[in-house]
Design a protein around this ligand. Structure first.
Ligand code: ATP
Length: 317
């Protein structure tokens, strides 16, 4: 029976000399879901993904892959990996390159060629099949590298900065492809700085800050509580009551309309209850979910500060 959590990190740490790149990290990837790994530059995303591929071995903790303890075995046929740095051969022709990687993954030649041509077509690269890789633009090289990660039909797809170098149409293409991979039941983990992209594709989000998991859970749940919702209120009468509402971080009140920014974790329903309790006639009340960008900035942005407790959100509803 397939494992519901194909990847489980349990208290994993990894240092490079004095640099503790990953500290006591625990999270799981759900089967058939897309998990986005977010974090500032140097937060530890690439190190986490390299630990997952087996390229690095944890100093402490353990990683379970498909229900078994991982011992740092890279290039497993059931894993596809798009590295952050270019890992292709500049002088090799594009199709030959794909066949070379497919062969290394144990694919039969005819099957590999059919899959490679299908993917070249999907990524609008067919005209470059016979070209040397170094004749392609940066974005097109990135697309070729993406093919090497998915060509062999892996159950787990690991994408480190998949949007690197892509134009807006390329971003849409990759967005559609990762959704298709999910629809086929594959498990996908990707690191990105593009919070809007993560918001479009991710089921789950893991925010890493200075090597630690700062926030983790289903995107919908994080949006509900993670970044502070916004509430728009249309009301009648005295606006003095609006200065005494619970959980409001900022307010802008003008001519019977109020825009309220709530504190992280504050419940918009408590604001509505307080308005009604204060006898304010409310004619409209709307809640806007926090954007992933605002959640991210609220959690890891701003000047350096003391580390906060890790927040794990378990339920999507
Ligand atoms: P970015 O968004 O900038 O790509 P990241 O979140 O992927 O960053 P990592 O590349 O995992 O961050 O780096 C985490 C920390 O570990 C950094 O301080 C980095 O300098 C250090 N580090 C990563 N790999 C190595 C290595 N092979 N040798 C020494 N230090 C390393």
């Amino acid at each position: 029976m397939p494992v519901d959590e194909p990847v489980v990190f349990r208290r994993v740490s990894k240092s490079f000399g004095d640099v503790r790149a990953v500290k006591d990290v625990s999270f799981a990837l759900k089967r058939g879901a897309i998990t986005a790994l977010l974090g500032r530059n140097g937060a530890g995303k690439t190190t986490t993904l390299r630990l997952l591929t087996g390229m690095f071995v944890p100093d402490e903790g353990e990683i379970a892959l498909f229900g078994r303890r991982s011992h740092g075995v890279s290039a497993r046929p059931d894993i596809g990996y798009l590295p952050e740095e270019r890992g292709l051969y500049p002088a090799m022709r594009v199709l030959d390159q794909l066949l070379f990687f497919a062969d290394a993954r144990g694919m039969r030649r005819a099957e590999a060629k059919a899959a490679a041509l299908r993917w070249l077509d999907r990524l609008e690269l067919m005209q470059y099949a016979g070209a040397r890789l170094d004749a392609l633009s940066k974005g097109n090289q990135q697309k070729v590298q993406l093919i090497t990660a998915v060509l062999h039909d892996p159950a787990l797809v690991i994408l480190d900065e998949p949007l690197s170098g892509l134009d807006p149409l390329g971003v849409v293409l990759v967005r559609d492809i990762v959704r298709e991979l999910r629809a086929e039941g594959r498990t996908i983990v990707l690191s990105t700085h593009a919070t809007a992209f993560a918001e479009q594709v991710a089921d789950d989000v893991v925010v890493i800050d200075a090597g630690r998991v700062a926030l983790a859970g289903p995107l919908a749940a994080l949006q509900r509580i993670g970044g502070g919702s916004r509430v728009s209120v249309s009301f009648e009468g005295d606006e003095a009551a609006l200065s005494r509402l619970p959980g409001v971080r900022r307010r802008h009140v003008d001519a019977g309309r109020a825009e309220l920014e709530l504190e992280v974790g504050a419940d918009p329903q408590a604001v509505l209850a307080a308005l009604v309790g204060a006898g304010v006639p409310v004619s409209a009340f709307a809640v806007t979910r926090a954007s992933l960008e605002s959640i991210f900035i609220a959690r890891v942005g701003g000047e350096r500060r003391a580390p906060r407790a890790h927040v794990a959100v378990e339920h999507a509803s």
